[in-house]
Design a protein around this ligand. Structure first.
Ligand code: PEP
Length: 252
């Protein structure tokens, strides 16, 4: 399976800076054996697309979506609107949205299903807090987040879901989860998927890791079996640094 590295710009870069980021990144040497995507704020999708033109590297992703097609939902953005920018992926359930915007498992499931229906791959974020890990509840929490999020998804076809394991204590903290510990949780996630969809999907689902990934530690994640790539926040804000991280991810 090809590895996937997604830049999550979070709430950085409006249209002007987004366009400049994409142009700078496109000038960098990029590995051909991995998939690279950038998740940009919705208001910057048009600028990022315009700087990309028809180029598909990096693929364009969104950071949020609403589950209805259209209607009286002021301020929200539908999957079909995202499609107009050639968006091929969209993050759902990021812990920052769960914490600050009250995004629940039920909302995450609805968003993921609506995206898939429109042909956009949902990138479903799951992960435990430091307290939950300390209390020995991490696996239970993550299992339930995954089972709820994939309940209405189809395993096959276009727009296959990606699961991003992002322990909350590792996000933006400079304290990444050790690759072997991440792998252990990825195995738990694969068990849930296999139970819901059938054994063959255990290895077919892409499970990526997120939480303080940098150009210095990406190689360890990229070369750990069961870790199919990374979701990168802080270390993706500089286009040259993110390109370096992408190059450092594989032995090639
Ligand atoms: C993220 O934004 O999803 C993330 C993992 O951030 P960081 O890489 O900064 O920890």
């Amino acid at each position: 399976m090809r590895k996937l590295i997604i830049a999550n710009w979070k709430m950085y870069y409006g249209p002007v800076k987004a366009g400049a980021w994409v142009r700078a990144f496109r000038r960098e040497r990029l590995p051909k054996d991995i998939d690279i995507s950038i998740a940009v704020p919705s208001v910057s999708l048009a600028a990022a697309r315009s700087s990309l033109g028809r180029a598909t590297i990096p693929a364009l992703a969104a950071q949020n979506v609403f589950w209805e097609k259209e209607g009286a939902f002021t301020g929200e953005i539908s999957p079909t609107m995202l499609l107009e920018f050639g968006t091929s992926m969209c993050i759902v359930g990021h812990s920052e949205r769960r914490t600050y915007l009250g995004e629940t498992d039920e909302m995450v499931a609805k968003k993921a299903a609506a995206l898939q229906k429109a042909g956009i791959a949902p990138v479903i974020c799951v992960g435990e807090t430091a307290v939950q890990r300390k209390k020995g509840q991490a696996k239970r929490v993550v299992k339930s987040q995954v089972a709820n999020a994939i309940a209405d998804l189809k395993p096959d076809g276009r727009a296959q879901a990606v699961i991003a394991y992002e322990p909350i204590w590792a996000i933006g903290s400079g304290k990444p989860c050790r690759p072997m510990d991440a792998k252990e949780m990825h195995d738990v996630i694969r068990d849930v998927v296999s139970k819901a969809w059938g054994a063959r999907y255990r290895d077919e689902i892409r499970v990526i890791y997120g939480g303080s990934v940098t150009d210095r530690n990406i190689y360890e994640y990229g070369t750990t079996t069961g870790i199919d790539g990374a979701l990168v926040g802080g270390a993706s804000l500089d286009p040259r640094n993110f390109a370096l991280l992408c190059r450092a991810s594989s032995p090639a």
